[in-house]
Design a protein around this ligand. Structure first.
Ligand code: 13P
Ligand code: ZN
Length: 335
């Protein structure tokens, strides 16, 4: 039976977060920029019977739209809509690390009800400016039923245009004031993770800060799912520790990028002889003629669908494993 709704909006997403907070599991919020990782994630989530949260950064939109972020967002959105109709799990779309300078794109995305949630990242701004920008996005998104994630504290590392040298941890009292004044549905906190390639074992994860933020928010009457960015490199045990402190959204991007590259690399290396002519043979891909020896490439090695299927399988297996290990398998609200 095919779903009538291709994928879900903020109100269904809110119900998923409520259950996550009650039962202690989380999304591995997974970034996409192209189809193979998307297809792998859909398959993996379905296999886990877990709901799926996809996210797209401004850089990913720009890539997918050949320089036009709005076109890229719409193209990926249509792709996700069509594919997710084939699955019965809940599929959600978050716009990741959106910046105030792209507010016009956000307004159009909200008007067309494209995302389930939006992360507005003004964490590099002074507190008051962060509050002002974030509250403005909440005011735009709320009437459309779209959830908003704000960020307080600065996360080290480089991703898109967000670069910061110093890690600034989130202050629990500021977190309460921030949630109160902005009305955000989710709060991204800085507790020592980094965007990009960072070894979990070398990070000092400040779980105490996550716990204090969660406690302070609860004491003030707010039940706000926490978000941790830069989770690539964290161990399963570290992910479980985050969930115990109230984290419901664990952002992962770099991990999939490595899996993609490594799977493609291994596949091409394994099929080297079907792609690269032997020493001394010159091959002309226009005419398929070879000089200096008879050689023909192998379509089973170079067809992008061949490597694509391997990448999809690897991504799918990884998500199945994560969902099992963090208790999210079998938890879909929709099947
Ligand atoms: P990583 O690339 O370090 O996994 O971080 C992803 C992220 O935070 C996306 O917002
Ligand atoms: Zn991030």
């Amino acid at each position: 039976v095919k779903k009538t709704v291709p994928f879900y909006g903020g109100q269904e997403l809110r119900r998923v977060y409520e259950r996550m907070r009650r039962e202690g599991y989380a999304f591995i919020a997974s970034n996409i920029a192209e189809p193979n990782i998307l297809m792998g994630l859909l398959g993996g989530a379905q296999e886990s019977r877990a709901d799926l949260l996809l996210q797209i950064s401004h850089g990913a939109m720009t890539f997918a739209g050949i320089g036009d972020a709005w076109a890229g967002l719409r193209a990926l959105w249509h792709y996700i809509r069509e594919l997710s109709a084939q699955y019965d799990i809940g599929v959600f779309l978050n716009l990741d690390h959106q910046q105030a300078k792209h507010l016009d794109l956000l307004e159009r995305a909200i008007a067309e009800r494209i995302p389930s949630s939006i992360m507005i990242d003004a964490s590099h701004e002074p507190f008051e400016e962060n509050v002002r920008i974030t509250r403005h996005v909440v005011e735009l998104a709320k009437p459309a039923g779209i959830l908003v994630e704000g960020e307080l504290g600065i996360i080290k590392g480089a991703e898109d245009e967000i670069v910061s040298d110093e890690a600034f941890y989130t202050d629990p009292d500021d977190a309460v004031e921030f949630v109160e004044r902005t009305g955000v549905d989710l709060l991204a906190i800085s507790i020592g993770t980094q965007h990009g390639v960072s070894k979990g074992r070398q990070l000092e994860l400040r779980l105490d800060i996550a716990q204090r933020v969660d406690d302070a928010l609860k004491a003030a009457g707010y039940d706000v799912p926490l978000v941790v960015h830069g989770s690539s490199g964290l161990s399963t045990e570290q992910l479980r520790q985050l969930i115990r402190c109230g984290v419901c959204k664990i952002n992962r991007d770099t991990f999939y990028q490595y899996v993609y590259a490594r799977t493609a690399y291994d596949f091409y290396r394994q099929h080297h002889d079907g792609i690269v002519p032997p020493e001394g043979v010159a091959f002309d891909p226009e005419t398929f003629e070879s000089a200096g020896g008879d050689w023909t490439p192998n379509k089973r090695a170079f067809d992008p669908r061949a490597v694509g299927k391997e990448i999809q399988r690897a991504v799918s297996d990884a998500l199945v494993k994560f969902n099992r290990e963090i208790g999210s398998a079998g938890k879909s609200l929709f099947i």
